[in-house]
Design a protein around this ligand. Structure first.
Ligand code: URP
Ligand code: ZN
Ligand code: ZN
Length: 455
């Protein structure tokens, strides 16, 4: 099967030009002006932009968490991702304390095998580093293609590891050139504030926000970057939200230590005033919480100065019924937010259209940098001869309104309800197959492929 895409404006992290793209089977085989080739199918992309398929390196599909499970599974989540131009996601396999990494991997495989519509890979979340786990790290990196390992500095008892375990984990991962990522908030400080607020009868979602002030994230981010400096491991901070934490990344850069950083769409576009809506605010209960306008400004500038390389979604949706588990106690509200579907359209509309970022920066933060950092480049994350034909044909002028009534995520509310967006993902290709065309789904469950990554 071959496809010729004619007259599109091709935008990569490096270039912006008009050309045709020729695809044979799953790969791009030539790019050029007025390509003289015979194709099985031709797509006219005049007046459209073409981006590399989006890569969202931070999603939680079908994840057991806080007494329930995230409401998008590998099928519904990757379907929603495709409608929004994200062709590859990286989910987190989470070790159960006391169990092996392989036990968790089997569990995640049973939930994902044959279920996805788009491509996917795994990170590992290590919640209990011990000698048995040490022995499994090498196999995860070299046999299973899982080259990135996340540690939690919060969620004591469930997910958190202490600093000694963190250092051991870092040293082991460094041996095989893997990367350590982190949920960087100070669990002790947060638990202290949660208990204090509860003892004072302060139980609404507002106190979720007030239990995780900026200092809790800044402190943990600094401690993590110091530990990464000591061990020399490649490091990455997930869902960075605030100026204080960004300053820690800058301090690391000043000593010529590279720490990669990711923020999420919601931290760039939404702020803590949403915690003033009574229990409705539970829709935005996530960790870390939304921050202030000054933090949004810091994050946009972090993107442009190169301190932040990736904008992910941290997609972790819960149905409203499940959010209500915390109606009388904010600490029981499942933490997480639906965002996999509109990450790219929101960043284009609010970022590119409002002159906060350039077109090429948009491609970097939504696709190319994640592919490079997480070992999928140049197979993914760019438009080049030999790369997978994962492409988004994008109409930069089409306006639409975001709503839970029309979105594809399995979540009965939207954190961006009523937002008007300019720019729409029209045709999405995954490995040379048209997956979505004009809002119509054309691939089936099981089309998505597991991507083994390289350290
Ligand atoms: O609130 C969040 N972010 N939920 C998902 C789990 C995590 O901490 O990333
Ligand atoms: Zn986290
Ligand atoms: Zn997360």
């Amino acid at each position: 099967m071959s496809i010729l895409i004619k007259n599109g404006r091709i935008i990569t992290a490096a270039d912006d030009y008009l050309a045709d793209i020729f695809i044979e089977d799953d790969r791009i085989t030539s790019i050029g002006k007025n390509l003289n080739v015979k194709a099985d199918q031709t797509i006219d992309a005049s007046n459209k932009m073409i981006f590399p398929g989006g890569i969202d390196p931070h999603v939680h599909l079908d994840m057991p968490f806080m007494g329930t499970s995230s409401s998008d599974n590998f099928e519904t989540g990757t379907r929603a991702a495709l409608f929004g131009g994200t062709t590859t996601v990286i989910d987190f396999v989470i070790q159960k304390k006391g169990n092996s990494l392989y036990a968790a991997l089997e569990e995640w495989r049973s939930r994902s095998n044959g279920k996805t519509l788009g491509d996917y890979a795994f990170h590992f979340a290590v919640t209990d580093f011990n000698e048995n786990v040490r022995a499994e790290i090498k196999d995860m990196i070299e046999k299973e293609g899982i080259t990135s390992f996340k540690a939690f500095m919060a969620y004591k008892g469930a997910l958190m590891i202490d600093d000694s375990q963190m250092l051991e984990l870092m040293a082991e991962i460094k041996k095989y050139n893997g990367i350590v990522s982190v949920h960087a908030t100070n669990g002790g400080m947060i638990d202290y504030l949660v208990a204090k607020h509860k003892s004072e009868g302060k139980l609404s979602p507002l106190y979720h926000y007030l239990s995780q002030p900026e200092i809790t994230e800044a402190e943990a981010t600094g401690r993590f970057t110091d530990m990464a400096n000591l061990t020399g491991v490649k490091s990455y901070v997930v869902h960075l939200t605030c100026e204080g934490a960004l300053n820690q990344i800058l301090d690391a850069a000043k000593r010529n230590q590279k720490v990669y950083a990711e923020t999420c769409t919601q931290y760039l576009l939404l702020d803590a005033s949403l915690y003033d809506k009574g229990f409705e605010s539970a829709k935005w209960v996530m960790s870390p919480p939304l921050r202030e306008k000054k933090d949004q400004a810091a994050l946009w500038s972090g993107i442009n100065s190169g301190l932040i390389q990736v904008v992910a979604s941290d997609h972790c949706p819960f149905m409203w019924e499940n959010k209500k588990m915390g109606q009388d106690d904010f600490s029981k509200i499942p933490n997480g937010f639906p965002g996999i579907e509109h990450r790219m359209e929101l960043l284009f509309s609010e970022g590119v259209n409002k002159n906060r970022i350039t077109h090429s920066k948009f491609v970097e933060i939504t696709s190319t940098n994640a592919a490079k950092i997480f070992g999928m480049s140049p197979q993914k994350g760019t438009i080049a001869v030999g790369s997978d034909a994962d492409l988004v044909i994008f109409d930069p002028n089409e306006k639409h309104t975001l709503s839970s009534k029309t979105h594809h995520m399995n979540c009965d509310y939207s954190g961006f309800e009523g937002w008007e967006v300019t720019g729409k993902c029209k045709t999405i290709l995954v490995r040379g197959k048209i997956a979505v065309d004009n809002n119509k789904l054309l691939v089936e469950k099981g089309y998505g492929k597991y991507i083994k990554r390289k350290a």
